[in-house]
Design a binder for this molecule. Structure first.
Ligand code: TPP
Ligand code: MG
Length: 554
């Protein structure tokens, strides 16, 4: 046992749990932590200039690394600022230990500036929220937090750190990290049932989800699709790459329009939902996206998702990759010659209209609009899809401007694409910072709407400060185009109050330059490819503002 300050124990415990970056924004209540950091240089502090940005950077890091990540924010107002980003992290399942400095116990009782109990604030959005009340409890709390965050369903946890605990000194045993192996698979009996269920289906379809990308199980999912000749759709929320787009059975992403999804699934009698959310939608519709004849089998490590909205004929809470490893030989062994022939015939017909075919058409159509001014979003996406290097990470938060992207961007590895997980804006710019830190060998291209950019704009500074290889592409349509479109389509109203950003126009080039990025403005599609290539090749932070059509006449 060693004599340690609470502050030192805290950073040592993060280090012992394998944490390499502490994303943070310091205030007075975090001073003990800032004092301890120089003694633990392995733990790199990454400064974010607003707490929502701090947490979004941590979320990006966790999503692109799959590793335990730490973030620290400043008491109640800082935690409040971070709540939108915490909501995003919850939906991404990001294993983040979020901490906040807190006023000294007892002092808080007198309600000084900045005091508010913190754990109840964070509790609704995290797996576990607590306050450390004695220095001796720090190791137990920290190790438990790490275990809880990393055990499926993974997700953020919150710890409040009062100043008196951080500044106390005691003989502390720092203990050891524990890891729970959750790579479990269903019983042999359940696997046999699933195999028969899949083999009996006449028109099976696979919905591929985020867990496949997270677990590096894209190859196994492709083998499954091949074996059964079933078309594959990516789940309706674009968390991340969930299937290899060039695979001949890949059909594209499901939309979040209930009637469209239903039309797709109408053709199928069996829906295998693999590591995915079953049809998470966005806006209300009276249409059920799952048609009644479609029976469901659902496999996920997130038990809450199983049979959540739709009954499942077969469901298991298990590791998708391990389950596929065990399922494939069972399927091969049980598949009859007749079933093999059926699978082959199904695969043949899917090939004719698969994603690759659709992509060619979409790209051709977009190229034919290359002279349209302002640039249509499809042209922007086509140029991106053609010129972003294959090993890059593409991250999108661009609403209407990224709608054409999933139909165009080839995804050839599990980090190829990340999207907006929860619907909460503000992830794009700072999330790219975290992703770049997590995957330093991959250039990051972040396509962000001009409106979305303003929810996390401070992230540009951290990208510049750390000289990260990120190319921000800002789709500048001078407003909230998606909200306007919805006002028209849902409410029948075209009086746009509070949806324009054209008086004054925001100059993202100057904004980026003021924070230390190189930046340029593109209005002509012919110049975009070169700007993109220059930006990526620079190996540093840069921003391209692209003027795109706003859909309402300019
Ligand atoms: C935190 C948060 N605030 C507000 C919204 C509502 N919202 C959804 S899309 C959107 C507009 C986004 O504008 P932009 O990024 O420019 O994309 P565009 O609609 O122009 O394509 C807004 C304000 C939200 N989803 N999240
Ligand atoms: Mg916009």
């Amino acid at each position: 046992m060693t004599m340690l300050f609470g502050r030192q124990a805290f950073v040592d415990l993060l280090h012992s749990e394998g944490v390499t970056h502490l994303f943070g924004n310091p205030g007075t209540t975090e001073l003990p932590i800032m004092q301890a950091l120089p003694q633990r240089p392995e733990l790199r502090f990454v400064l974010g200039l607003q707490e929502s940005v701090v947490l979004a950077m941590a979320d990006g890091y966790a999503r692109a690394s799959g590793r335990l990540t730490a973030a620290n924010v400043h008491v109640a107002p800082g935690l409040g600022n971070a709540m939108g980003a915490l909501y995003n992290a919850k939906f991404s399942g990001s294993p983040i230990i979020l901490t906040a400095g807190q006023q000294e116990q007892g002092h808080g009782l007198q309600e000084p500036l900045l005091y508010e109990p913190l754990a109840p604030l964070a509790a609704p959005l995290v797996k576990w929220a607590t306050e450390v009340t004695r220095i001796e409890d720090l190791p137990r709390v920290m190790h438990r937090a790490a275990k809880v965050a990393l055990t499926p369903p993974t997700g953020p946890v919150f710890i409040s750190l009062p100043g008196d605990v951080l500044n106390a000194q005691a003989e502390i045993d720092l203990g050891q990290p524990s890891r729970v192996d959750a790579r479990v698979r269903p019983s042999d009996e359940a696997l046999a049932q699933l195999a028969e269920w899949l083999l009996q289906a006449r028109h099976p379809v696979l919905i591929a989800g985020q867990e496949l990308g997270r677990q590096g199980a894209l190859g196994l999912a492709a083998e499954l699709a091949d074996l059964l000749g079933m078309p594959v759709y990516q789940e309706s929320v674009p968390y991340r790459t969930a299937f290899l787009t060039d695979h001949p059975l890949y059909m594209g992403m499901l939309t979040r329009v209930q009637a469209q999804v239903r039309q797709v699934l109408e053709l199928h009698d069996a829906v295998f939902c693999l590591g995915a959310d079953l049809l998470r939608m966005s806006v209300y519709s009276p249409v059920d996206p799952l048609p009644p004849q479609a029976r469901v089998a659902h496999l996920s490590e997130r038990s809450w998702e199983l049979a959540k909205n739709h009954p499942a004929q077969w469901a298991a809470c298990a590791h998708v990759g391990e389950t596929l490893q065990a399922l494939l030989p069972v399927l091969r062994q049980r598949q009859t010659d007749a079933q093999r022939q059926q699978a082959k015939a199904r695969a043949e017909s899917v090939r004719r209209s698969n994603w690759t075919q659709q992509r060619e058409q979409a790209m051709r159509l977009a190229r034919s609009h290359a002279d349209t001014r302002p640039m249509p979003a499809a042209v922007l996406c086509q140029v991106l899809a053609e010129h972003v290097p294959a090993h890059a990470i593409v991250l999108e938060e661009a609403l209407t401007s990224s709608q054409p992207l999933p139909a165009m961007l080839r995804q050839t590895h599990s980090q190829a694409f990340f999207g907006l997980a929860s619907g909460g804006l503000g992830f794009g710019i700072p999330g790219a910072v975290g992703m770049s830190l997590a995957q330093p060998d991959r250039p990051v291209v972040a396509l962000v709407g001009d409106g979305s950019a303003m929810y996390g704009i401070q992230g540009l500074w951290t990208a510049a400060h750390l000289k990260l290889p990120i190319t921000y592409v800002i789709a500048q349509n001078q407003g909230y185009r998606i909200i306007k479109e919805r006002l028209v389509s849902m409410q029948g109203c075209d009086q746009f109050i509070g949806m324009d950003m054209n008086d004054p126009v925001i100059d993202h080039v100057l904004m980026a330059q003021s924070m230390g990025l190189s930046a340029c403005r593109i209005t002509d599609p012919a110049d975009l490819a070169a700007a993109l290539q220059r930006g990526v090749a620079s190996g540093g932070p840069n921003l391209i503002e692209v003027r795109v059509a706003n859909g309402f006449g300019n």
